[in-house]
Write a protein that binds this ligand. Structure first.
Ligand code: GLN
Length: 498
């Protein structure tokens, strides 16, 4: 669970420039991208309940106050806000839960964060200290000019925590360089944490997925089990070791171009980049990621795509860069370069196919051109035979039925799948027959056949586009089958070229 001390009620309305991608859960919550990290590292699904902000808490408490729920009492930070926070944390326990892992964002000393710290202090009091552990993450800076690390910031923040009654059980120290025994002893003494509970988290060399092994090597998992008096055999870290082995010993390198809107190309595509890494792990390849601004393709044409072994077009909103995406798809289709379209990527693939294969020169999505004579992508209610599945924005998990003998069916190895959505526009069913006659395969639909979810081109090395976001469900030890298949196809192309 992530507790965010800012006042926005949810991250759905926050700019991707400030906040990175919006991560979508199965139950359709638009959340902080940290939940993506949690799912990738733990394999445990998150939900609406896994992300709350201070704004949400205040909003709900004030509404209760207006409704008179507090029966005329004075409404205060403690206990009303702190109780609301504790209730939200405890709400995560559905009876199946062994441990609730809860991160508080921000820095100790932030004004907004202090009420969250108060709430977890109270939880320690109420649940008993041996049922709660406080793990404090600190930064141990390395001053290059002096050649030494500084423990003062850690001492200061622990002192602040103790002031409000929280005694950290474990210190995790983010550092650029390994910490000497002397430094760890100093941290232990001044921060009042046993030496074996001073865990260092030094920058890792190859991949962020090395971190669980680094933490386990220092006994972090053991410490927690002992604290909670849970008897378990040692953790089976073989899946992690396999992941790390594939990352450290690649058998080749594959170049993937992601064509999106520039600037947003940092954290805005976090899960896509991670899923590409997972696809590479599945194929023991090294990823050479090329971020391409769709608008550049509009002006400089497609020459920058020449050295690329696979092209991916991720989700997006609005018309900026659309023609560049369409040009990149045409290039991939005509030159036989593996192509993976996701959400807006599928919509652009349908537009490109309608224009350049079916001959509908003005085909478009109504999101881009509301008056297009050939709206091959449009809202559900804009379709001739109105499809009404009761949602303006399709959000969260939807089932999808795969068509036998398609690439998608082969990759998934089953008939019914579930994937997460976040979009308004859909493939326009009025054009289903036409595109199929011209060679576009409909490889997946909603179970009743109402909406198109996957399209493919059979006569192409690998051309698959999906209306959903497979990247949200990919994990390092469980790479998404479509990302694995895409990287496999790109790998074949890289070998052919070299
Ligand atoms: N803008 C498109 C829609 O709303 C695609 C959204 C997306 O790529 N996530 O349908």
């Amino acid at each position: 669970m992530k507790l965010d001390p800012y006042l926005n009620v949810d991250p759905g309305t926050m700019s991707p420039y400030q906040h990175g991608e919006v991560y979508v859960t199965d139950d359709g919550a638009e959340t902080d991208l940290d939940l993506g990290h949690y799912e990738r590292f733990t394999g445990a699904p998150t939900s609406k309940k896994s992300n709350i902000t201070a704004g949400r808490i205040y909003w709900d408490v004030l509404q209760k106050e207006r409704r008179g729920d507090y029966l005329g009492r004075t409404v205060q930070m403690i206990p009303h806000i702190s109780n609301e926070i504790k209730d939200r944390i405890r709400a995560l326990d559905d009876g199946e839960v062994d441990i609730i892992l809860c991160e508080i964002g921000g820095t100790v000393g932030d004004i907004e964060g202090s009420i969250f710290l108060e709430a977890i202090r109270e939880i320690g009091l109420e649940e008993g200290r041996d049922n709660v552990s406080y793990i404090h993450l600190t930064y141990v800076p390395y001053i290059a000019a002096a050649g030494e690390v500084k423990t003062k910031p850690s001492q200061q923040s622990v002192a602040k925590l103790r002031e409000i009654g929280i005694m950290p059980d474990i210190l995790i120290c983010r550092a650029e360089v390994p910490l000497s025994l002397e430094v760890r002893q100093k941290l232990s003494l001044f921060c009042n944490v046993p030496l074996n509970s001073v865990i260092e988290e030094t920058d890792v060399k190859h991949s962020i997925y090395e971190v669980p092994l680094v933490l386990s090597d220092q006994g972090l998992d053991e410490l927690l089990l002992v604290h909670y008096r849970i008897a378990r055999p040692p953790a089976d870290l073989r899946p992690w070791r396999k992941v790390i082995n594939a990352i450290r010993n690649p058998i080749g390198e594959v170049t993937i171009g992601v064509v999106g809107k520039y600037q947003e190309l940092q954290d805005a595509y976090k899960s896509i980049f991670e899923a590409l890494d997972h696809g590479c792990i599945a194929n023991q390849m090294k990823l050479n990621l090329v971020k391409i601004a769709a608008e550049d393709i509009e002006s400089h044409k497609t020459s920058q795509l020449e050295e690329i072994h696979g092209i991916l077009i991720p989700g997006g909103f609005g018309n900026r860069g659309i023609e560049g995406k369409v040009a990149a798809i045409r290039y991939a289709r005509e030159k036989g370069i593996p192509f993976f379209g996701i959400c807006m990527g599928l919509q652009c693939a349908v537009v490109e196919f309608a224009r350049n294969v079916c001959g509908l020169k003005t085909a478009n999505s109504t999101e881009i051109d509301a008056k297009s004579p050939d709206p091959v992508v449009c809202l559900m209610e804009e379709q001739k035979e109105v499809v009404d599945l009761g949602a303006t924005m399709r959000l969260g998990a939807w089932d999808c039925k795969l068509t036998p003998d398609t690439r998608a069916a082969a990759h998934y190895g089953k008939e019914l799948i579930s994937e997460r959505h976040r979009h308004r526009y859909e493939f326009n069913n009025a054009y289903r027959d036409l595109v199929q006659e011209h060679g576009l395969t409909i490889a997946g639909t909603t179970p009743g056949g109402e909406l198109v979810e996957i399209v493919e081109i059979k006569d192409h090395p690998w051309f698959v586009a999906v209306q959903f976001h497979p990247e949200f469900k990919s994990q390092p030890f469980n790479p998404h089958p479509l990302f694995a298949g895409f990287i496999e196809a790109a790998t074949l192309r890289s070998r052919k070229k070299s």
